[in-house]
Design a binder for this molecule. Structure first.
Ligand SMILES: NC(=O)c1ccc[n+]([C@@H]2O[C@H](COP(=O)([O-])OP(=O)(O)OC[C@H]3O[C@@H](n4cnc5c(N)ncnc54)[C@H](O)[C@@H]3O)[C@@H](O)[C@H]2O)c1
Length: 423
């Protein structure tokens, strides 16, 4: 049996993934509204396939419980999929993680099941050395004996918008685990997936996740810096240049090209905080990585550069139309979204009239950023009608016709209107 703490993108996918593999799964969350939505068979965010899978397993082998004692007492596997947001000076905030670990230890004590062999698995992204230096000593100090409680990490590589297919069709499973019994238990758990499982040290497991996210962030900042170089030199069609770069057979088919492409900078929940956390962790251990530092700097500056260009073309007292608010298309996630930073910068530069539209993220954006005094439109046409200048900030497919919806200037902040043709 499996208990999953945290029912967000990663936790809900993990819980349903294990239910799909035939396990009995308990889901635990502290967000009452989220639990109510899930108990009603609905998904609290935009994520394909998940509603069908939820409705298939809910009340059968997946239950959302408030009875942590019963869930932990029954479970051999406890997964932590809670948030690890920005903490002090870019480091990862582990408060939610330790609170879930506390709840687990309390449930073990109260249910008198300390003799049962369990493995506590962190799926949340945590900086290298956290398991070895913080979690393991914490669990042992709280009385979790090595013969009964194993501690491991199991980084998750899924992408929002593709959660289900990425979990079920994962390339490999990484287990940061330093005891054989826990490693065997986890291998057994994942056996039905029939994919390679790699057991590595605690810190290697954690590091692999940051290696992945910081490389993606680096590619994005590289592409944005190259777009700025091209603009400085002039006479260069940036979108064409990148599309032709992607035609090299070393890139073809590898599904990485969207990262090696300029835009508004990386956003969302993971890349910004994880890049900052690895920089902070490495600096705390005595080495300040210069590439990462500049990746972050390029990313921080990008929305301001874009806002500057837009502001320069708006007539006095004119209206700016913003198309796209989510951090990427096919998502309603607005955490750390470049749209916020661009709008903030425009308001700061004196562009007071802004009208925005997003096919999925408008409500969430207005809820999360109530301090922004902007208008929201019913669709992209209304934005075009009401604006003197339009900026496409998220590359939703439905914005493809925007250049034909009026004669106002359109800022293609995502370079999505390439007219590249083969001869
Ligand atoms: N979103 C992604 O694409 C992605 C991909 C890979 C890894 N990750 C990592 O996975 C972790 C979770 O990310 P997410 O996007 O699923 O976050 P999320 O914010 O969508 O979900 C986290 C959930 O944890 C719950 N929670 C907080 N404290 C809790 C507690 N003590 N007990 C039970 N539930 C609690 C919250 O209420 C929330 O529902 C983070 O560390 C993130 O970096 C995220």
């Amino acid at each position: 049996m499996v208990t999953v703490f945290g029912l967000g993108f990663v936790g809900l996918t993990t819980a349903l993934g294990f239910a799909h593999l035939g396990y009995q799964v308990y889901g635990v969350d502290v967000d009452e509204a989220r639990k109510a939505t899930l108990r009603g068979g609905e998904i609290p965010f935009l994520e394909p396939h998940m509603k069908d899978v939820l409705q298939k397993h809910l009340g059968r082998n997946f239950s959302i419980t408030d009875n942590v004692k019963e869930a932990v007492a029954d479970s051999e596997y406890i997964f932590y999929c809670v948030g690890t947001p920005y903490g002090n000076e870019g480091s990862a905030d582990l408060t939610f993680l330790f609170s879930a670990i506390d709840a687990t230890i309390k449930a073990v004590e109260e249910s008198n099941t300390a003799d049962k062999r369990r493995v506590l698995v962190t799926k949340s992204t945590i900086p290298p050395s956290t398991t070895a230096e913080k979690i393991l000593p914490y669990v042992r100090a709280k009385g979790g004996a090595a013969e009964h409680i194993g501690v491991a990490n199991n980084p998750e590589f899924l992408r929002e918008g593709h959660c289900w297919e990425d979990f079920i069709g994962a390339d490999r499973i990484v287990l940061g685990c330093n005891d054989d019994v826990s490693a065997q238990m986890l291998k057994e758990l994942y056996r039905p997936m029939e994919i390679p499982v790699y057991v590595v040290s605690h810190s290697t497991g954690e590091f692999i996740k940051y290696l992945s996210n910081t490389l993606l962030a680096t590619m994005i900042s590289y592409a944005n810096e190259m777009a700025a170089v091209a603009d400085a030199i002039g006479g260069i069609d940036v979108a064409d240049a990148f599309h032709i770069l992607h035609m090299d057979k070393r890139w073809n088919g590898c599904d990485m090209t969207s990262y090696v492409y300029p835009g508004c900078g990386y956003g969302g929940y993971c890349l910004p905080k994880d890049t900052a956390a690895l920089l902070a962790q490495s600096a705390a251990k005595g080495f300040e990585p210069q590439i990462l530092k500049n990746v972050i700097r390029t990313n921080r500056e990008r929305p301001g550069v874009i806002a500057e260009r837009i502001a320069a073309s708006v007539p006095q007292g004119g209206t700016v139309g913003i198309l796209g608010l989510s951090f990427k298309p096919e998502s309603d996630d607005v955490r750390d979204t470049p749209a916020y930073k661009i709008i903030r910068a425009l308001l700061d530069k004196g562009c007071q009239k802004i009208v925005a539209y997003d096919p999925a993220a408008m409500e969430e954006f207005a809820r999360r950023y109530p301090e922004l005094d902007i208008d929201y439109a019913a669709d992209r046409r209304e934005v075009c009608e009401r604006s003197d200048v339009v900026a496409v900030v998220t590359a939703w497919k439905e914005f493809a016709d925007v250049p034909s919806l009026g004669d106002q200037p359109v800022f293609d902040c995502r370079y999505m209107f390439s007219k590249l043709e083969k001869d």
